[in-house]
Design a protein around this ligand. Structure first.
Ligand code: VG1
Ligand code: CO
Length: 873
């Protein structure tokens, strides 16, 4: 503290500002408030330094104490680490050394400055030597010596230092689990001015708590012991625990109690226990709820990407792979302040291979980590937006979900030879923020064991219902609810859109639609909405039965992979019209594996996701959710998404944001008011070029929402059924003629060598300055940079989010590496050119020159050996 005060210049600054007295205390001392009576005493006695001391009791015999040095009669502080072994009994004699230091210190800043100046810039403090281990949680780790100085020891440097005896209420430190248990119990009460003080019923003497120091060294152990509640200690004199026990709200210790548990399973101690010595070694244990810690070791490469952790299924199925990651998430979530035993954990996935087994593992690990209630999607199925809706909408307040595991690799293929994935969403329904994923990753690199209840029964997740599993000792129980997958989400969608207007549109003779769920999780949702709610025949559904390998397909809703639908809609993989023999549906849509993406097609017409976003923003008032809330307030797009929406935002005077790729960045903007207490940006629409669109109704992109949004917009443009149908193409073309057209495409180079792809990115990153101002073909590079985003809501900074070449005419070329590839590297190249007049060009023609320039700027041919993309969208 002194070094910081001096070194930072703060001491001089305080003196210059006229400060004379300083009060400091340990941050863990909850009794250390700024007491004006003590300050008055300090000021009137004119002491240079004053230490608050308490009378030592047996509880503090090991701590340091105050003494007088014979040589100069200065007060000095003696810490136990300074005491020779042979002097220990005398040192701990509380009748001889009656006072100990609370470390509540009052310091005259001018006197401190005098000492600092006298010693040439520092204050000479005695050194304390402590034996520790490098990892304090691990006794077997490298032994080290920790050198420290105590701030109270400065008392010996001050002429005219004094001490004052204060009541125990001034000293409520939380150093050991013993203290914390006491503080959390009814032996302490909170005063009206929010100070924790010893309960008067204790008669001025705190109960002496003696938990097994080996078992209760870390707070986590105490949390586990009191997961079912904190016991009553107000009538306790002394509690001694050997071994591990668990206590609950009903547990009451009275008088002198001593408990021993020699078994290695923690035993539950309940009810009133008065002046007793108990041996609970043979008591009934938790049974099915008994957790075991399974030893494991870090597995490399568990770093979450744009949207969770995605790897080959085989890798996920290898020993401990899933377990390590799940434990790392639980630990990060708990460290972030979430209690796993309050509320509910949602688990569901896109139905891919290994989904069901992973769910059973997560339940067993969840129970071992303290989760008391689970909501599991029927058959393990929950789309990504449905998880978000379930977290936000489902259940009474006391059951509200605190988070969710979503088992998905989204649009990546599934099956034993393909990809699996897992991501964690938090209480707001959105993807875990960056810091939580970083903490998770850090945990995966140091994990030593994971917790699991191996005896917890497998849950039948094939039908909705509730299973309750109780501990044998009656201490607690766990409820697993299998919930109807579509319930929360479909209810929410019905509150957003005008379903009856949509139904009238769908029922028109000149309207027909088809919705391709690509054998992903969207099928049951599409059925619930279009067949059950909107009364359409099942023939509007395509590939709506979820399959664990998506029927061998690539459940990515774009012109390349949704080729069956694209052909039905009369288009080729470039989005150009093809010759068709029969009638073409008026509206077509597709979803990805986890139901958060959408592709929108009109009859022989492809709507780029960037245009779709712009059109929905321009027409938001057709949708009750927005119109009834007074209209849209703000919009956002990811950086590589085209600027089409920017023009609408400007026109409609909406707040506008450009974020890095991935949905997690939108969440903060949507929560700016309700969580961060800032400006309100809702109602809010956002989207990405990668076929993701959504609003603040959930905190994920939402495929079926986008489809309904388009239908609602179409319905609003077709209120008179006697008039010819206004089509998707009509709406988009009218939009272009008003705003101009942002020609856009993305080239993906999948399966590239990671080293080559990284070298290519590095090269462009190094050359940003050199490239700025350069002329390339008929373009001038106005700015070349690496996109960096400062979150306007929480101030966090995301760097290296993509290399941008911003041309002077507003055209853009962007490069980034995918953060969702299960293996290898995927290079994404995004090309955009704005035209205000020429609205009917073929995309490839409009972007021809810029595409060539882009390939030259990155020189992918040299770095990755090819110029031919695997997918163009
Ligand atoms: C891709 C898309 C990105 C999207 C992400 C998750 O990420 O480009 O826009 O948010 O997938 O979508 P990347 O890092 O591979 O470019 V999903 O539907 O796969 O969860
Ligand atoms: Co997805």
């Amino acid at each position: 503290m002194y070094a910081a005060l001096i070194g930072s210049g703060r001491l001089d600054a305080l003196l210059a500002a006229g400060y004379k007295y300083m009060f400091v205390s340990n941050s863990d001392n909850l009794g250390a408030t700024l007491d004006l009576k003590i300050l008055t005493h300090f000021a009137t006695t004119d002491a240079s330094f004053m230490m608050e001391c308490c009378e030592r009791t047996e509880n503090d015999k090991k701590g340091g104490h105050l003494a007088i040095r014979n040589s100069d009669k200065h007060l000095i502080l003696r810490e136990s680490a300074m005491c020779a072994d042979e002097d220990e009994p005398a040192f701990q004699d509380i009748t001889k050394h009656r006072f100990f230091n609370t470390n509540n210190l009052w310091i005259r800043l001018d006197k401190l400055k005098e000492i600092v100046d006298k010693f040439g810039g520092f204050i000479p403090l005695p050194m304390i030597k402590n034996s520790k281990t490098v990892d304090p949680k691990d006794d077997s780790s490298q032994k080290v010596i920790q050198l420290e100085t105590a701030m109270g020891a400065a008392i010996e440097c001050f002429d005219g230092a004094s001490a004052v005896i204060v009541p125990r209420t001034r000293f409520a430190p939380v150093k050991k689990c013993n203290d914390l248990l006491l503080l959390r119990s009814d032996a302490y009460v909170i005063t009206e001015d929010f100070r924790p003080v010893l309960n008067p019923a204790c008669g001025g003497v705190a109960p002496v708590i003696n938990l097994d120091s080996k078992k209760y060294k870390l707070v986590g152990a105490l949390e586990e012991a009191t997961a079912d509640g904190v016991p009553s200690l107000v009538d306790c004199k002394r509690l001694t625990v050997k071994g591990v026990i668990r206590m609950g709200r009903s547990t009451r210790f009275v008088g002198d109690v001593s408990i021993t548990n020699k078994s290695d399973e923690s035993k539950f101690v309940s009810g009133k226990i008065e002046n007793a010595t108990l041996d609970v070694s043979d008591a009934t244990g938790l049974g099915a709820l008994k957790p075991t810690a399974v030893a494991t070791a870090p597995i490399a490469g568990q770093k979450p990407g744009t949207s969770g952790l995605r790897k080959k299924t085989k890798e996920f199925m290898s020993e401990n792979y899933l377990n390590n990651f799940v434990q790392a998430v639980f630990d990060a979530v708990v460290a972030g302040g979430t209690s796993l035993s309050e509320g509910t954990l949602v688990v569901g996935g896109d139905g891919r291979y290994f989904n069901k087994e992973a769910i059973q593992t997560i339940i067993k690990m969840g129970v071992a980590n303290g989760v008391k209630r689970f909501w599991i999607g029927e058959n393990g199925l929950l789309s990504t937006p449905a998880v978000s809706a379930t977290i936000r909408e489902r259940g009474p307040v006391w059951q509200k979900a605190f988070g969710a595991f979503i088992l998905t690799a989204s649009h990546n293929p599934g099956g034993p030879e393909e990809d699996f994935g897992i991501k964690y969403n938090t209480q707001n329904g959105g993807p875990a923020p960056e810091y939580l994923m970083q903490a998770t990753y850090a945990n995966t690199t140091s994990i030593k064991s994971y917790k699991i209840c191996s005896d917890f029964p497998d849950i039948d997740i094939s039908t909705p219902g509730s299973t309750s599993v109780a501990a044998d000792d009656g201490s607690s129980s766990v409820v697993v609810d299998v919930i109807p997958s579509t319930e929360s989400h479909v209810t929410l969608l019905k509150s957003i859109f005008d379903f009856s207007a949509i139904k009238s549109l769908l029922d028109r003779d000149d309207f027909s639609m088809i919705y391709d769920s690509m054998h992903g999780v969207n099928g049951p949702f599409a059925k619930a909405v279009f067949v059950d709610e909107l009364g359409q025949p099942e023939s509007v559904l395509m590939n709506h039965i979820p399959k664990d390998d998506f029927n061998g397909g690539h459940a990515d809703p774009n012109l390349t992979y949704a080729k069956e639908l694209v052909a039905i809609m009369g288009l080729d993989r470039k989005g150009q019209k093809i010759d068709v023999s029969g009638p073409v549906p008026t509206f077509g849509a597709a979803a990805d594996g986890d139901g958060d993406r959408n592709m929108i097609l009109g009859s022989q017409f492809f709507v780029t996701p960037s245009d779709s976003l712009a059109v929905l923003v321009a027409n938001a008032n057709c949708i009750p959710f927005f119109s009834t809330q007074g209209g849209l307030k703000a919009v956002a797009r990811s950086m590589p998404t085209s600027g089409a929406v920017d023009l609408v935002a400007k026109d409609l005077n909406l707040d506008f944001f450009e974020t890095p790729t991935g949905w997690k960045f939108f969440g903060n903007l949507m929560d700016s008011k309700c969580i961060f207490k800032g400006k309100d940006y809702t109602p809010f629409i956002c989207g990405e070029e990668s076929f993701g669109t959504g609003s603040d109704h959930v905190r994920e992109k939402d495929g079926i929402w986008a489809v309904l949004a388009w239908l609602n917009v179409l319905a609003a443009h077709n209120t008179d059924s006697s008039k010819p149908l206004v089509t998707v193409e009509d709406i988009v073309k009218a939009h272009w003629s008003k705003y101009g057209r942002n020609y856009y495409c993305r080239w993906d180079f999948e399966g590239m060598d990671a080293a080559g792809a990284n070298a290519m990115m590095d090269k462009m990153r190094e050359s940003t300055a050199a490239n700025t101002g350069r002329t390339v073909g008929s373009y001038t590079i106005a700015t070349a940079d690496d996109f960096k985003y400062t979150d306007p809501v929480d101030g966090s900074v995301a760097k290296k989010q993509g290399i941008r070449f911003l041309m002077s005419d507003g055209s853009r070329v962007i490069f980034r590496l995918s953060g969702t590839a299960g293996s290898g590297a995927t290079v994404r190249m995004y090309i955009e050119q704005y035209e205000s007049e020429k609205l009917d060009l073929a995309v490839s023609d409009a972007l021809k020159e810029l595409t060539r320039i882009a390939l030259d700027l990155c020189d992918i041919k040299t770095f990755c050996g090819t110029e031919t993309p695997t997918v163009i969208t």
